[in-house]
Design a protein around this ligand. Structure first.
Ligand code: ADP
Ligand code: ASP
Ligand code: MG
Length: 405
């Protein structure tokens, strides 16, 4: 008998009708002879609603209480799905993160999963039950509830699939799979039949919302067979898999737009050993992901340092840097949230030259100014003014011939 983990996102569980539809889909899978573990998100919009409430109650919410609150959306959907399944004659049991021992570190709102105890899940499956687990949450050593960052239910699903050695992990969402870019930006975006782990990691880390980045990291590390597909139809989805030869022929597989980043610039920073580490160490310790670091050439012993961080941690990052500011000594710190990061990704970039030149030419033809640039072996990212983000994605999608024909 095989074991399948199925994760349904917010739009797939947005009301009782949708949850009933999920129940029917799960029963179909069960009838095909598989054991099923379901991971659910909160109803669409619910986590946003809870986040807003937290900030209304306290503009600088305590991180423990914040997680205690924003993790509750998933408790509602898992219990409702269990009730729907039972009403259709299918035994089912729902579990919160701590009830199946999803142990995380203590970094609230972006906690990392450290282990999952599969015992209770296996025991429940043995009773012919569908197991339903709340996505997005875990608990730390001290028993505090933690959350895994926005989109974290994807990571719950893949981590459970890895812990149970499931045969397949299906991520059900509101699109048919992974597209060449967000179909909400380019209506002619093309669905990909498969994409490599490396490309998907880059796309996810650069803002392709369809999968949370850590879910792809887990899948690659533990060899989880991972598929993204729609909960609204039976179309075949996108397989995230190891790279194969033909993938290299495609120069650009995907384009992302990230409007959730902010830029921080430190002006007139002393240019001497140890300064960068003094700045970035406390930021790293707080679990904040810094991206696109650019340091100018030094003039008379001083330099400017610019980097991007997710907007939702801008305040926190600024506070951390201001703390070390007096030791390090810089003139001022400037924040800019009016930015968008556009990235093109493809393993084909390793073997094709002139890709960056084509990106710059395309943006220049569209009169879009580039504020920052960063590259990896398989990615080129640029920061532009927020208003130009979508235009840049559309222009690049066209320039690299990525539309469906
Ligand atoms: P869920 O609630 O099911 O987790 P999300 O909203 O988190 O769904 O992710 C699905 C959304 O991701 C899609 O509706 C789509 O607009 C967006 N998206 C961004 N980039 C891509 C991409 N390259 N391929 C598919 N969807 C994408
Ligand atoms: N409900 C959480 C969120 O909105 C987790 C998820 O949906 O994956 O971010
Ligand atoms: Mg999601």
């Amino acid at each position: 008998m095989s074991l399948i983990v199925q994760k349904f996102g917010g739009t797939s569980v947005q009301d009782i009708n949708h949850i009933r539809h999920v129940a029917q889909r799960v029963i179909e899978t069960k009838k095909q002879g598989h054991d099923v573990v379901v991971v659910l998100s909160a109803m669409a919009g619910e986590t946003n609603r809870l986040i807003k409430l937290a900030h209304e109650a306290n503009p600088d919410p305590d991180s423990r209480e914040y997680d205690q609150l924003i993790s509750t959306g998933e408790q509602v959907t898992i219990a409702l799905l269990a009730l729907c399944l039972q009403s259709l004659g299918q035994p089912a049991r729902s579990f919160l993160g701590h009830q199946v021992k999803i142990l995380t570190n203590s970094v609230h709102s972006r906690a990392k999963i450290q282990s999952i105890d599969a015992t209770r899940i296996f025991e429940t499956l043995k009773q012919n039950c569908v197991v339903i687990v709340a996505g997005f949450q875990g608990s730390d050593e001290a028993g505090n509830i933690t959350t895994l960052g926005r989109g974290g239910s994807d990571t719950t699903a893949v981590a459970i699939a890895a812990a149970l050695k499931a045969n397949l992990c299906e991520i059900y969402t509101d699109v048919d799979g992974v597209y060449t870019t967000d179909p909400r930006i380019c209506s002619d975006a093309k669905k990909l039949d498969k994409i490599s782990f490396d490309e998907m990691m880059e796309l996810a880390s650069q803002g392709a919302q369809v999968l949370q980045m850590r879910s792809v990291v887990f899948a690659a590390k533990y060899g989880v067979k991972l598929v993204v597909r729609s909960s609204f139809n039976k179309n075949e989805g996108t397989l995230i898999c190891k790279e194969d030869k033909p993938m290299e022929d495609v120069v650009v597989s995907g384009i992302t737009l990230d409007e959730g980043e902010a830029k921080l610039a430190l002006r007139r920073l002393p240019d001497r050993p140890g300064v960068a580490s003094r700045i970035f160490l406390p930021v790293a310790k707080a679990g904040i992901n810094v991206d696109m670091i650019v340091q100018n050439i030094s003039a008379d012993g001083f330099t400017d340092l610019t980097f991007t961080v997710p907007s939702n941690v801008l305040k926190e990052t600024r506070k951390l840097i201001e703390k070390v500011g007096s030791e390090v000594g810089f003139d001022k710190i400037e924040a800019d949230e009016d930015i968008a990061k556009v990235s093109i990704v493809g393993v084909g970039m390793r073997s094709h030259s002139g890709v960056a030149a084509k990106v710059f030419e395309t943006l220049s033809q569209n009169k879009i100014n580039i504020e920052m640039i960063s590259t990896s072996e398989i990615r080129i990212s640029v920061v532009v003014k927020k208003d130009f983000g979508k235009k840049a994605v559309m222009a690049l999608h066209k320039a690299f011939d990525m539309a469906q024909v």
